[in-house]
Design a protein around this ligand. Structure first.
Ligand SMILES: C[S@@+](CC[C@H](N)C(=O)[O-])C[C@H]1O[C@@H](n2cnc3c(N)ncnc32)[C@H](O)[C@@H]1O
Length: 268
């Protein structure tokens, strides 16, 4: 692809992310129960416990990239860290600002920017960097990953959470059951959103979910990249996220299928 076309496509992905995430507005997490159902909440809590355990400094300064309405940032601020929350969407940051408790506002700074520009324009180091469901929205997540690793202080901890897993099909039967369960789950979700009067906007995500067109993200490529930047992998989790907790339970406990991953790594 020519450099001009490359730059144009990158700008289009950014623009679509601004547009689609401002459509999400305050209903972002209500529209994404796959992040808030009981099954996923247990995974989130256990992962944040491991993140906290790996950080030496209880008053660590954490950069939460693509923070949205505060899925990671709000529980992290309750754990008494200092937070910088960065997101492309000023609409979502305005909503997040309202949700930060008054006594925590001084410990938290919110920045509206594109993550790549932000990291290129600052050399500040962080004790921890967290990132939930962001990488698959980026045109060039590898460049961003390298920069994130470079902005970690020695001993700093990086958490990549809730990214779509790129994988090859091992068993066609299992894959078909996985797809069928996905359709039942999605149907139940759509009915629930209609009942609650929440507008469905999945179709708007075609360009904004840019890495999904390549089947998601391969965690092994990220691990290689992290290791080349001097990080050591602490944990890798793969599992199946579903809109409804019951569907996530069936997928993980009975079918044993995966569509999502988390990584935890530390700079040595
Ligand atoms: C799927 S949402 C996840 C939000 C939040 N981290 C969560 O897990 O609920 C992706 C977020 O990444 C933000 N985003 C997308 N592209 C971005 C970019 N280039 N730089 C910074 N943030 C970006 C979006 O505005 C959105 O808030």
């Amino acid at each position: 692809m020519s450099p001009a076309l490359d730059a144009q496509l990158k700008e289009q992905v950014l623009e679509e992310n601004r547009r689609v995430h401002s459509l999400e507005n305050a209903q972002y997490l209500s529209r994404h129960p796959e992040q808030t159902n009981r099954y996923q909440q247990k995974i989130l809590k256990a992962t944040l416990d491991s993140f906290e355990h790996s950080l030496a400094n209880p008053r660590a300064h954490i950069l939460d990239v693509g923070c949205g309405t505060g899925y990671l940032l709000l529980p992290l601020i309750q754990r008494d860290y200092r937070l910088t929350g960065l997101d492309l969407s000023s609409t979502l940051l305005d909503i997040l600002q309202e949700s930060i408790p008054d006594d925590k506002k001084d410990a938290c700074q919110l920045v509206a920017d594109d993550i790549e520009s932000f990291l290129n324009n600052s050399t500040q180091l962080y004790d921890g960097i967290t990132c939930s469901a962001l990488l698959h929205h980026l045109y060039d997540y590898e460049t961003v990953m390298k920069l994130l690793c470079q902005r970690l202080a020695p001993g700093g901890v990086l958490l990549i959470f809730f990214e779509p897993l790129k994988q090859t099909i091992q068993s066609q039967l299992r894959f078909n059951l996985h797809r069928r369960l996905g359709r039942i789950d999605e149907h139940a979700y759509e009915r629930d959103m209609i009942r609650r009067g929440i507008a469905l906007i999945q179709d708007d995500y075609e360009v904004a979910d840019y890495q999904r067109r390549f089947g998601g993200i391969d965690p092994n490529c990220l691990i290689e990249l992290m290791e080349s930047e001097g990080l050591r992998l602490l944990d890798k989790q793969t599992y199946c996220a579903r809109r409804n907790g019951w569907a996530a339970w069936v997928a993980n406990r009975i079918l044993g299928t995966c569509n999502t991953f988390n990584l935890l790594a530390q700079k040595v």
